[in-house]
Design a protein around this ligand. Structure first.
Ligand SMILES: O=C(CO)[C@H](O)[C@H](O)COP(=O)(O)O
Length: 338
């Protein structure tokens, strides 16, 4: 079917490529003319503006956005001025589900369908497919199902769950209509909250193993730091972390795609010297914890993982200074130099 894509970054461009491979007619626009030209060379039809993009489509039009959340709202407003009753906007970026609910109301008043689509798969999605978590009106989701099916990984991407036989459901293909407008990004938001916790769990565990030689290195321990009580039980200096990650990938209960990627990162750079360790977050972990608080639901693991990211960004520096100042005040303890 015919589909337009606005936003040809790492995600949007590869999604267009996957749609082209499946035989869909793709019209594309990006602020970068080079990004448009690259996809035109691969079979897409390019446009120089949002208005030109919309003018080149047949009704009912379907325009998919893959933009940073910060600029999605302005583009939706521009599109609402250019589209007509019966058309659909699909936001495949990382917008807040609250914005979806608000935007869907405005769009519905014009007879335009607003579909939110949480999209997971990252730079690997072109080959592996994208897991799609969708919210919006039934009719629009049904009309767009060939597009979702082309982007999704397909049933063969994972062994079928025992007891699921016959025609695979859309979820088994890798896409799911989760509910009304906002439901897709709500499910994707929680997916990212979980992502932070799983990433943090591997990171913390590997770091404990990395420090399992603390007993051997006890001479480095400053008198101001609590001495290692039983150094002989921490003699494991230099356990090979790339190999640990590798062995966990086979038959262990903590195998996962995130572990596969961790193993690959450690293979390439065993000490991860190319990274400073500042872990960014683009919003969804925060929104997940806010939702948990507003629902009155305990989510200590997800929230703790989010706080670890904040700490990595330096936001704990002043709090740590306060503690050092307190130790100095009550005990005259001088900070150990790093
Ligand atoms: O879609 C994603 C992975 O599923 C993420 O949104 C993205 O890659 C990064 O998210 P964050 O900045 O919050 O870590």
């Amino acid at each position: 079917m015919q589909i337009a894509m606005i936003g040809l970054g790492r995600m949007g461009a590869n999604m267009v490529r996957r749609l082209l491979r499946a035989g869909h007619e793709c019209h594309v626009y990006d602020v970068s003319a080079d990004a448009v030209a690259a996809l035109v060379a691969e079979g897409a039809r390019g446009a120089g503006s949002v208005e030109e993009l919309v003018a080149g489509l047949e009704a009912p039009r379907s325009v998919w956005l893959m933009l940073p959340a910060a600029i999605t709202g302005d583009t939706v407003s521009t599109l609402l001025g250019a589209l007509s009753r019966g058309d659909a906007i699909i936001d495949g970026g990382n917008s807040s589900y609250r914005d979806d609910i608000d935007r869907a109301e405005v769009a519905a008043a014009q007879g335009i369908d607003y579909v939110d689509c949480g999209t997971s798969g990252g730079v690997w999605g072109l080959e592996r497919g994208y897991c799609l978590m969708i919210g919006g009106p039934d009719g629009a989701v049904a009309r767009l199902s060939p597009v979702f099916a082309a982007l999704a990984p397909g049933v063969e991407s994972a062994p079928r769950t025992p007891g699921r036989d016959g025609e695979p459901s859309p979820a088994e293909e890798g896409w799911l209509h989760c509910g009304a407008s906002g439901a897709g990004h709500f499910v994707k938001m929680v997916h990212n909250g979980i992502e932070y916790a799983i990433m943090g769990a591997y990171a913390e565990g590997l770091n404990i193993i990395r420090n399992a030689g603390a007993g051997v290195r006890k001479a480095e321990v400053d008198a101001e730091t609590a001495p290692l009580r039983e150094p002989k039980y921490y003699p494991f200096d230099g356990i090979d972390l790339p190999e640990v990650a590798e062995v966990w990938r086979r038959g262990s209960v903590i195998g996962s795609w995130l572990l596969d990627l961790t193993a690959e990162a450690l293979r390439q750079d065993p000490h991860l010297d190319q990274f400073a360790g500042r872990v960014s977050d683009s919003g969804e972990g925060r929104w997940t914890s806010i939702a948990a608080i507003e629902e009155g639901v305990a989510a200590p693991l997800l929230t703790s993982a989010l706080y670890s990211r904040f700490a990595s960004q330096g936001s704990d520096l002043f709090a740590n200074k306060v503690e050092s100042a307190q130790r100095f005040q009550f005990g005259g303890h001088v900070e150990k130099q790093q």
